[in-house]
Design a protein around this ligand. Structure first.
Ligand code: EPZ
Length: 434
């Protein structure tokens, strides 16, 4: 298991290329299970979660091929990743095994596409994870309303469809609001259902919109994506298409916070600030300057950081996937900040680790009260999940002394070459192989 050694104190300055979105690419790759012919996806980041999805699609009879990087450079930036081709060559396999699902919960995205196209799916039930209980009842309920039947067998969800799925009008929200992957799963399946499906209470995240846009290129008839009511007119078949995934808004937000916490100046290329409006709002309140010009964002920070209140919410609210990273910044604000987690109320494993670095954070239920301190100190800390790890990297960048972050495989799941990108703009960070 690799670790990061971070010697804090350097101001970050320079240009960072933002990668394509992991959370867009994963369900889009799964949706390719429904297409005839070849699909070519561009901008898919090189991450271990993408490798896991490629492996899963391979087990489900797809040929997945990554092209060499094109010599399509943007200034001094790295070459773009080569496109990813996905072709379905064998439709007999229908099982997402525990060994893969346990490493990547997004494996659940194959449930809807398999049921719609192959009429059968066996998907290992994803257990809880470091960010809390993560049920899939809304996925199952939505697909049941389309006519699929389910049973559980030896830790698996076994779903079947007799004939064809049938469109209907349904409410898809749950106790914590809409579900992102649940919306994508049911929306994807409904593209091949008979008649019209209306999803009320759908998630509005940009990743849902990206997947709907890709499905429409394949011949689906989806409208209303990006609003809480999505209409899907079922079609007989889908054909492979070419699609570029959207920029990763969470990676972009993480680098915005990296600029802010190091009192630095970063130019972030290939990103879409429209997807980060709530994040920009909070950062400006803290005292961070955010400016944009076409697809480039300039972030610079004042020395004094104001405390703020923030509650995570479904899109377009502040994303839960940037909660931990904002908390790292607020550890150094001049006063008391309050963060409330509304999506995953237990997503606070970073609190104990940040406190070990000298932060003063008190947790009360789903709320954390952060009393700003003058400085953080380097320590040996442990990554517990992807975004918590990113928060600890940010804290390490500004801490006095050296921070050793263990178990960085969590970060490799979702940040493409994070240590190389940070080192290129002045961070003192190195990967230590065990
Ligand atoms: C997606 O997970 C993302 N994952 C998560 O990012 C992200 O944190 C989350 O959306 C929220 O934005 C991917 O896209 C691969 P949800 P998802 O269903 O879709 C409850 C990261 O760090 N719920 O929108 O699984 C659920 O418990 C990851 O990149 C049910 O009750 O999240 C939560 O409280 C972590 N029943 C709320 O809904 C269900 O069937 C929203 O979860 C499904 C969800």
């Amino acid at each position: 298991m690799d670790s990061f050694l971070i010697r804090g104190g350097n101001r970050l300055k320079g240009t960072v290329q933002i990668s394509g979105s992991k959370n867009s690419a994963l369900p889009i790759m799964a949706a390719c299970l429904m297409a005839e012919g070849k699909s070519t996806l561009k901008g898919v980041p090189r991450l271990s979660d993408i490798d896991s999805m490629s492996k899963l699609l391979g087990e489900l009879g797809c040929h997945v091929y990554r092209h060499e990087p094109a010599d399509d450079r943007d200034g001094d930036g790295p070459a773009l990743n080569g496109p990813l081709d996905i072709v379905v060559t064998d439709e007999r396999m229908c099982e997402a095994r525990y060994e893969i699902v346990r490493t990547m919960r997004a494996s659940i995205c194959v449930l809807g596409p398999l049921l719609a196209k192959r009429k059968r799916a066996i998907v290992s039930i994803p257990g809880g994870c470091a960010i809390g209980d993560r049920p899939v009842d809304l996925h199952v309920r939505g697909l049941q309303k389309l006519g699929a039947t389910f049973r559980t067998e030896n830790g698996n969800i076994v779903g079947e469809v007799h004939g064809r799925l049938r469109g209907c009008r349904m409410y898809l929200g749950g106790a914590q609001g809409p579900t992102v992957l649940g919306t994508i799963n049911v929306m994807s399946a409904a593209t091949l259902a008979e008649g019209e499906t209306v999803l009320v209470g759908a998630a509005c995240e940009p990743e849902v919109v990206d997947c709907a846009n890709m499905l429409n290129k394949m011949g689906a008839r989806i409208r209303g994506q990006g609003t809480p009511e999505i209409h899907i007119e079922g079609v007989e078949s889908l054909v492979g298409c070419e699609h570029r995934v959207i920029p990763d808004r969470i990676e972009c937000g993480t680098f915005m916070l990296a600029a802010a916490i190091t009192n630095g100046e970063l130019e972030l290329k290939r990103c879409n600030l429209d997807h980060l409006i709530a994040v920009t709002d909070r950062l400006e309140e803290v005292g961070v300057r955010v400016e944009r010009e076409n697809g480039t964002v300039f972030v610079s920070s004042a020395r004094r950081l104001n405390p703020v209140e923030m509650t995570t919410q479904p899109y377009p609210g502040f994303p839960t996937d940037l909660q931990a990273q904002l908390m790292a910044l607020l550890c150094l604000a001049d006063g008391m900040s309050v963060i409330t987690e509304r999506i995953f109320p237990d997503r606070f494993l970073h609190v104990g680790e940040l406190n070990r670095m000298g932060a003063r954070i008190r947790k009360e239920g789903a709320t954390a009260v952060i009393q700003g301190v003058k400085e953080l100190q380097g320590a040996n800390v442990m990554a517990s999940d992807l975004r918590a790890s990113a928060a600890l990297v940010l804290a390490g960048l500004v801490a006095r002394g050296t921070t050793r972050l263990d178990r960085v495989y969590h970060i490799d799941r979702g940040y493409e070459k994070i240590e190389e990108k940070l080192a290129a703009v002045g961070a003192d960070i190195e990967r230590v192989k065990e």
